[in-house]
Design a protein around this ligand. Sequence first.
Ligand code: GTP
Ligand code: SPV
Ligand code: MN
Length: 588
Amino acid sequence: MTTPMEKFIKEMEDFLCPSKVYVMDGSDEEAKKLTKEAQAMQVDGRIVLKELNQKEYPNSYYHRSNPNDVARTEHLTFVCSPTKEQAGPNNNWLDPKEAKTKMDALFKGSMKGRTMFVIPFLMGAPKSPYSKNCVQITDSIYVALSMRIMTRVGKQAIEKIGDSDDFFRGIHSIGDINPGRRYIMHFPQDNMVMSFGSGYGGNALLGKKCYSLRIGSYLGYQEGWLAEHMIIIGVESHDGKITYFLGAFPSACGKTNLALLEPVFKGYKVWTLGDDIAWLNIGQDGKLYAINPEAGFFGVAPGTADKTNPVMMRTLKNNKFFPTLFTNTAIDNSDNTPWWEGLSDKKPKDLTDWQGEKFDESKGSPAAHPNSRFTVSIYNCPTLSKEYDNPQGVPISGIIFGGRRKDTIPLVYECKDWDSGVFAASIIGSETTAAASGAQGAVRRDPMAMLPFCGYNMGDYFQHWLDMGKKLKVQPKIFMVNWFRKDENGTFMWPGFRDNSRVIKWMIDRINGKSAAKDSEIGLFPDENGLDLTGLNISPETMQKLLTVNKSEWQKEIPSIEEFYAKFGEKIPKELTKLLQTLKQKMR
Ligand code: GTP
Ligand code: SPV
Ligand code: MN
């Protein structure tokens, strides 16, 4: 008897017409074999992988993509629910039938002369009641290798899927890497995604944003859980106690850095559980539990350095798990190592830029693409929490929300209760970054850092957040932060990175009822002695600016929030509309 998975593979083979079908087993030998093949193979006119300096960066390989394919393409991403209202104004929508016809035309025979990789994978630990079964089809060897790093690929997934029909179907082809023939189509009701024409992370590694967030959020709405764009960390304090936090920040706004934070305080340590995606469930004890469905980091390279993120530098040079990939960074030709802006104070003399040209400083553009990334296993991370594989996940005490804002939003404040936290997260604004194609630095509303990732109507999503709060017996505290405030000269006012541990320390004190707080129009601020600034050279005036409510800035903010809410009409929960009215009155 053929299993549903075998049937799916056969159907795909008949439809896509590859010259070969290869089912991944997830073994080390397989990874070695594919890495070797990729070094001898040209796709889209480029060698897929090049070996990097194995002494400096063991097991590391370099990939250069088509310059038209370097970031997520939100305008080409669709959520095809039965009705437009279900997808909501936060998503592009197409009628599912129409979308399938369109995609079938692109996919039909698209793998002629290519290998069709079948990737059985799990999101979440095999024994977790919250993990999910998935199968992705792809014709990209780079995607196949990346999936092995980012998810649990192979035997364990095949075994878990067995003869069940309950698995996510991800169908991917790079096609001819033509933005005019590029679509990322989600079919939440069918537990399926069809992605054509891109090999870039969030567009092509379908377990990541497509399944774990867009389809996942829809499943969570149906089944009573949350799929979030969040890191998970356990912060050990001087007393040896570990406090678990979630942290949501929009793309390229500091999640990975916070997830691998090395605190400035002796006796404090951050244990890493996840840097991008968290699935949140209510445990039997009524507490909020988080698992990381992923198994690797797909991190922003620029800005990563020993000074800013020493733990990530160690992760990248660790040789436990094979392979590690660098995509669209520059190359230092003196020693064949990857290089990006921020890695060293001095630029190496002989650089090849991300497009393969000799780097020419006078052109004024960076050597590494601003969204150049590394793909590395979470098992290479020296601060990996021993709870990472815990099937139940970890119990959460605090949720941190942030954005990238040069003004308006203070360094930190605490929300008074769950509902005001949900409100504060629903009005987050953030400057757009290189993680998505399009304008950069424009403030847009990005509720819960989920605007590009919520697979259903965001009004319903807000209600789901409020409902989850009602079901929790113990509600985590909710904090808002902004590491990115700038002064009149455009310089960051807060040092950020490792010094963010000062803010986290205050949060732990608040959770344990050990630190007082000052009330304000938006929430609770640290009092004069709240933040431990020992050893930090920052003026009281700067701290004062970082920790106050600037009413005139907030007044400018409110119309854009009202405009955003208005798009959702009646779908915005009454509680939130009321809280917006109250905020408006307070800022008068
Ligand atoms: P995605 O992978 O796109 O979801 O991004 P992310 O949220 O994980 O962002 P990441 O930690 O990779 O940081 C993005 C950029 O912001 C990098 O260039 C970092 O160096 C920079 N960054 C991170 N934290 C801070 C901070 O505290 N202060 C400042 N000024 N920059 C930061
Ligand atoms: C993001 O853009 O938020 C990322 C990278 O984490 S991607 O996988 O492309 O979504
Ligand atoms: Mn992300």
